[in-house]
Design a protein around this ligand. Structure first.
Ligand SMILES: [Zn+2]
Length: 288
């Protein structure tokens, strides 16, 4: 998400054991003395299957050139995004009731898409201005639904900064970050289920499993943000915007956070200072 909380898309919240396995595990619990407990074999099987499914779905993203693991196709991504969009709008007080402002956002978004590789993707881009005046946020759903709150918009100083935010969000779509995260969640869920089935299912084992899952997903969140920053810079340059203004956006975000900063390692969001450095590098790399 863009705190630049940009996109957190919750696909599955809970880890659950396959129901069919539960009674069988109980039955074997007392009869497995002296042999490898059957629950260990089942647990290992669940983990191996999850790993196989994850690694066998490897593809190179043709617009970013990065190898990634994805189990959804573009049509499914678009469908998930369209289905979730009304709910996301509702959570932020609906859409902002100013057509002129909305038109401006559409125009900038279209300019970014039409002048960059985003144009070649199968995604359908829509840009929504949300009414929420207090939340400073922007995010993207898979498949091209992009949102910015009025609370963030009103803090911006110029059109290029808005282009920077929209470019960053388009970057999440083109980078297929939500789809990637869904595949990762499925993998972690498989591993957690395997650990719980293979162990005694105690609270300690559950906690350990959850912790592993959280750490894995956290790191991915940071990488997504940095890749989106880089893509945002690329799209801005392609469309004729000043990419330096994305640094201005970082300063606004930093200020809005009011000096409260969690150490970067523990945060899903990279430190704004770190992001500014990476943005400067990206500008050098892509400016012609
Ligand atoms: Zn982001």
């Amino acid at each position: 998400m863009l705190q630049f909380n940009f996109y957190i898309f919750r696909y599955k919240k809970y880890v659950y054991l396959p129901k069919a396995l539960k009674p069988r595990i109980m039955a074997f619990r007392t009869s497995s003395k002296g042999r490898i407990p059957i629950k260990l074999i089942i647990g290992a099987g669940i983990i191996l299957f999850a790993l196989f499914k994850y690694w066998s779905n490897t593809d190179t993203n043709e617009w970013t050139g990065r190898k990634q693991h994805i189990t959804l196709d573009a049509e499914q991504e678009i469908a998930i995004g369209l289905r979730s969009a009304p709910q996301m709008a509702q959570q932020h007080g609906g859409l902002y009731p100013d057509q002129q402002l909305q038109d401006k956002i559409d125009q900038i978004g279209r300019k970014l898409v039409n002048n960059s590789v985003a144009r070649n993707t199968p995604y359908k881009y829509d840009f929504h201005l949300l009414r929420d005046p207090n939340t400073i946020n922007a995010f993207a759903l898979p498949g091209g639904q992009v949102f910015i709150t009025y609370g963030l918009l009103k803090r911006l100083e110029n059109e290029d900064q808005l282009a920077g935010i929209l470019g960053h969000e388009i970057g999440h779509v083109v980078g297929r970050h939500s789809a990637e995260r869904i595949a990762k969640q499925d993998l972690t869920q498989g591993i957690i289920s395997g650990i719980l089935v293979g162990s005694d299912g105690s609270a300690g084992a559950a906690q350990t499993a959850q912790m592993i899952g959280n750490l894995v997903n956290m790191k991915y969140g940071r990488d997504d943000e940095l890749e989106s920053d880089e893509l945002g810079v690329r799209f801005m340059i392609d469309a004729g915007y000043q990419p330096e203004e994305l640094i201005g956006v970082m300063k606004i975000l930093k200020q809005a956070a009011g000096g409260q900063r969690v150490p970067e390692f523990q945060s899903t969001h990279p430190d704004p200072e770190n992001r500014m450095e990476k943005i400067k590098e990206a500008i050098k790399k892509y400016r012609k």
